[in-house]
Design a protein around this ligand. Sequence first.
Ligand SMILES: [Zn+2]
Length: 286
Amino acid sequence: MELLSHAAVGAIASTAFYAKKSATRKEYIQIMLSGSIIGVSPDLTKYFGDLYGHSLIMLPLAGVIFGLPLKAWKWGFSFSYLWITSAVILLLSHLLLDYAHNGIALLYPFSQEEYKLDLIHRGDPFIWFTCILVLCFVLLFRLSKLSRLTIIFISTFVLFKLLCLQYTMTRIQDDSNIKQVLISPSYLNWNYSKETSYFTTIGTYNWFGLGQDTIIQRWFVNPNKELQLVLFETNYDGYDYVLTKENGCESNCSMLVYRKAKSRWVKIQNDAIEEVIEALYLQAKE
Ligand SMILES: [Zn+2]
C-alpha cells in the first residue's frame, strides 16, 4: 500500500505537470506511468541498500536522471522544465510522503539521521484511493485540471492533519509533570503514550483530537519505583486515590491503594485497604 501511495501520487503529479489539453490517451498513460516510476524509484533502489534516492540533497541530480528519459517521450517541454518538475514529482510523491510517516535520511550522505513527522499512517487509503479514483476520471475524460485540484486537495488534507496533530499534542501535554510523549497516527485515531512522574498512559484520541481520550492501559510508578497496573482511580473526600495491582500478575494478585497527600503518593496500610476499596467502589457506583 505504501508503494501504491507513491505511485498514485507520482502519477497525479506528473499528469498535473505534463498532460496538455491536446494530449492523447496514449500520452496520458505514458505520463502516468512515468510519474509512478519516479514515485516508487527511491524504494526500488533502497531495496539494494541505496539511500541516495531518499536524500533531499540529491534531488537536483535525480531531476536530471529522470528529466533526460522524459525528454525522449517528445511531449514538447524543455529539458529545464522536465528537470525541475521531475524533481518536484519525486519530492511530492516520495520524500514528503515518507517524511510524513516512516522517516527518511534527508541529508544523506552527510548525515544518516532520519527525520519524520508521524503524521500519516503507512499507505493511508485516503491518499492512494483518492488518487486512483481521480486518475480513472483523468484518463477517461482527459481532464488534467482534475490532477492539479487533487494536489491542492491532498495538500490541504495533510496541512489540516498537521493542525489536528498539533492540537492533539496540546491536549496530551495537559500535565505539568510530563516526561515524554509519543504520538503516532492510525487510520482514524492518534495513538499516544505519555509518561509523567507517577503515571505512564497508553491511549487514543480521535482524528481531530476532540472529545475524551480512550485510555487503553495505565501504569502507576509507586514510591518504591515499582510499576503497578492501574485498575481504578478516583477522588474521594478531597484526596486522589489509585487502586493498583502488581504489573504482569494474572491470578491471586494483591491489590494496593495509594493516596495523594501534599503532591506525594502514599501507600494505604494493609489493615485499611479493604475499607478504602469498598468506599472507593461505592463512590464509583454513585
Ligand atoms: Zn521510501
